[in-house]
Design a binder for this molecule. Structure first.
Ligand code: BES
Ligand code: ZN
Ligand code: ZN
Length: 480
């Protein structure tokens, strides 16, 4: 979709549809909204959409009155959703070109970015492999207004949302078409396009590094593993910080020998959503150029119950030297992340964030609306929470007290890879904490939030692309 700006007054912009936010409490009287409000036809309730044709004095073919709710509750996150819902509504009506004028009270850079993001995210449909009846999509989105600040914000929004959609495409790709080496090839191609450094460690290199935890998971599949490393370096680093982004890249999770029930197993292609988010974030960062070096590490494996698969009871030695008793082969994400976190530290990262579809237990705890956030450092936790709030990606802090470690006891190794029945998301995070060591670190459990089971008015069913925007903002706004 093309993103444009236009300095003409909104009423004079030539377009198929002009989106006009209508607030609940403020009486919008332009564009015929006054009469409709009087007649009780519109109330300005959030996401209420009313399409008008041939509005006198308006050059646009249509006006879409878009309910925005209460003006004082209207954040950039609300605007993103509103524009996305409007775009999804309009594209069903063969509309190709849409314009939007931010209202004066909500026109700062974050609002402009959010409007553009809403348009691009709403226009996305995961239908690449459908050969019949593709959904119609918009071709052009115009922000009404002018000036350098607006241009910059619009461009930023475009970069972010396109990166998020890139992540969604990777996540939605079925596991037969995107095994570890193909995922690595996609990352490499993206890196070439945006001038990032890309290195892919293969099995023999991982063996040399002693990554026994990662390799133990990989050995059940005929698909070889890969460890993707994407590097961004600023021209002039203004600080000593080096951010490491570590993402779970299980291209398919059958559970291994501790096999999952067949119902719903098809969804386990999204078990690489954390890794895909890191690749998407790097795509945006390559263009937006944050002030600090950022390196992404994506351990990629397929968790299969092949004849060479690891068994429950097997003991593996991680790169850090710790031994792990694999009590359940379905708790594989933490095993591959253990070695990726250790490698990220060895590579000089001073701060770490990982994202992983790690546990069903986080869905029990938080449902599908909040990412579970765990940290070993309060400062790092607050940085991520702050970025997440600004981006409208909801996250909720979870506990990581030291005594949870007792849950991971093994009779025969340093650690077991599962805890008992309770607090499953916490014990998984506790396991990772052992490998983050002293490095300030945040773990994001996105099992409940990386995939949408039923479409929303503003978002297609399927991959959401979380938490790309939070990660990008975290790096962009980095201050020591
Ligand atoms: N990939 C799953 C977690 C998951 C579950 C993601 C549901 C998305 C939706 C992970 O590898 C897993 O299987 N975790 C187990 C851990 C258990 C064996 C301790 C789980 O959550 O059941
Ligand atoms: Zn699993
Ligand atoms: Zn998994």
């Amino acid at each position: 979709m093309q993103i444009l700006t236009d300095k003409m007054p909104a009423s004079q912009v030539q377009t198929d549809a002009l989106i006009v936010p209508v607030f609940e409490d403020a009486k919008e009287t332009r564009f015929g909204a006054g009469d409709l409000a009087e007649a009780g036809e519109i109330a300005g309730k959030s996401l209420e959409l009313t399409l008008l044709h041939h509005v006198p004095g308006v050059a646009a073919t249509r006006v879409l009155l878009a309910g925005a709710g209460k003006a004082d509750k209207f954040t950039s996150a609300e605007l993103r959703k509103l524009v996305a819902a409007a775009v999804r509504f309009l594209r069903g009506k063969s509309v190709k070109k849409v314009a939007f004028e931010p209202d004066a009270a909500h026109a700062g850079p974050d609002f402009v970015s959010a409007a553009v993001e809403g348009a691009i995210l709403g226009n996305y449909e995961p239908d690449r492999l459908k050969t019949a009846d593709p959904k119609k999509s918009l071709e052009e989105f115009t922000v009404v207004g002018s000036g350098q600040e607006l241009e910059t914000a619009a461009r930023r929004g475009q970069i972010l949302a396109e990166a998020q959609n890139f992540t969604r495409d990777l996540v939605n790709e079925p596991a037969n078409l995107l095994p570890p080496l193909k995922l690595a090839a996609s990352a490499r191609q993206m890196a070439e396009q945006y001038k990032l450094d890309c290195e892919v460690l293969e099995q023999s290199q991982m063996q040399a590094l002693g990554m026994g935890a990662l390799l133990g998971v990989a050995q059940g599949s005929a698909e070889p593993p890969a460890l993707i490393v994407l590097r961004y370096r600023p021209e002039q680093a203004g600080s000593h910080a080096h951010l490491g982004l570590v993402g779970k890249g299980v291209t398919f999770d059958t559970g291994g020998i501790s096999i999952k029930p067949s119902e719903g197993m098809e969804k386990m292609k999204y078990d690489m959503a954390g890794g895909a988010a890191m690749i998407g974030a790097m795509r945006a960062l390559a263009q937006l150029k944050p002030p600090i070096p950022v390196t992404a590490f994506i351990p990629c494996v397929e968790n299969m119950p092949g004849s060479r698969a690891q068994r429950p009871g097997d003991i593996v030695t991680a790169m850090s030297g710790k031994t792990i008793e694999v009590l359940n082969t379905d708790a594989e994400g933490r095993l591959i992340l253990a070695d990726a976190l250790a490698y990220a530290r060895q590579q000089g990262c001073t701060h770490l964030v990982d994202a992983a579809t790690l546990t069903g237990a986080i869905v029990v705890a938080l449902g599908h609306l909040n990412v579970g956030l765990f940290a070993n450092d309060d400062g790092m936790r607050d940085r991520v929470l702050h970025a997440a709030k600004a981006e409208g990606e909801r996250m909720w802090p979870m506990p990581l007290d030291d005594d949870y470690k007792e849950y991971l006891k093994s009779a025969f190794a340093d650690l077991g890879n599962i805890g008992g029945r309770w607090g499953g998301a916490i014990t998984a995070a506790m396991f990772l904490k052992e490998f983050a060591g002293e490095t300030p670190w945040v773990h994001l459990d996105i099992a409940g939030t990386a995939w949408l089971d039923d479409a929303k008015p503003f978002l297609a069913k399927g991959p959401t692309g979380l938490p790309v925007r939070t990660l990008v903002r975290l790096a962009m706004e980095w201050k020591d």
